[in-house]
Design a protein around this ligand. Sequence first.
Ligand SMILES: [Zn+2]
Length: 372
Amino acid sequence: MRFADITGQEELKRQLVRSIDAGRVSHALLLGGRSGAGILPLAVAFLQYLNCRHRRDGDSCGTCPDCLRIASLEHPDLHLVFPVNRQGKKSGEAMRSDEFLPLFRKLFAERRGWVSPQQWYDRLDLGRTLRGMIAAREADEIIRKLSFKSFEADYKTMLVWLPEAMNEGAANKILKILEEPWERTLFLLVSERPDRLLPTILSRTQQIHVPPLRPEVLAQYAQRHGVADTAEAHRRARLAGGDLIALEHLLAGTDDARRREDFELFRTLMRLSYNDRHLELIGPRRRRNSRASSSAASCGAPRACCARASCSTPAWNASATCGARSSPSARNSHPSSDPATSRPWWRRSNRPWPRFPRTGTRLSYSPISLSR
Ligand SMILES: [Zn+2]
């Protein structure tokens, strides 16, 4: 990957080239900024320029074996570390970046280096909540790899993508190498959140801030990728906020789908609140344990309002449309009701709950109300 292949960041590219030309390369560099500002492609272009033997016009040649192998992340002297994880991972199971390297290379090539953490976690199929991490055992592996002599290049390079995903054990081990670096070893940390790194790591690295992309650069990108109208291109560039990956989402319309999904979730939460079903907002475990909701919870479908097999009314809309809710037997069969008293399990008496005002400005529920 040549500097010329990267959108924007012209001033920063010149600064990086000047530092290599002048032989002023620190043994530990930290590129900090958003993924959509180009931190990862800039890091790879920097390494390619550093190792290229036929540099010209302030850029790498892009055709020599070193350039080609660094661009595809396959150079023997380029070691990569990035956060990894797996659904259903056993406790204590150690995972290393090397196991996922082919997958990472594939995503890197598809995205031309513009990879966000979320895209990587989606590729690992981690779901909505699981995140990748860099474990202490990975740090041992880093030390082992860097203890070897370089194969071909002048520098052995350790590229750590998202070092903020390191746990404390890993960070402390890395710290030792940063304090006493081996000869001709380059550490390149590429971080979205440098503020989450240990101060002792920050103090041992040369920090380079990668600013957001300029709106005019993004507008030109939008025009090159199908937005003919100049005003519309500038509008989308402004919405992207200096982030090329966000702009690509906007151009592809994937943000619309995500926004719709968030709005659906918000609407469901509001309806549960309005129907005084507050514990369903916070009690997923209770619902999982309940009889009728177990199948719905496992498939992600909305829970039916009563125990009838044919009922398809979601719980939050039960009183409005489900006829079975009006009969006492159906109420008793409701999973969140106590069969003996026909009260919900969390109600101690039949005393009516105060309702939220329809147009109230403030919800004034206090925990004390629960003990009545
Ligand atoms: Zn080259």
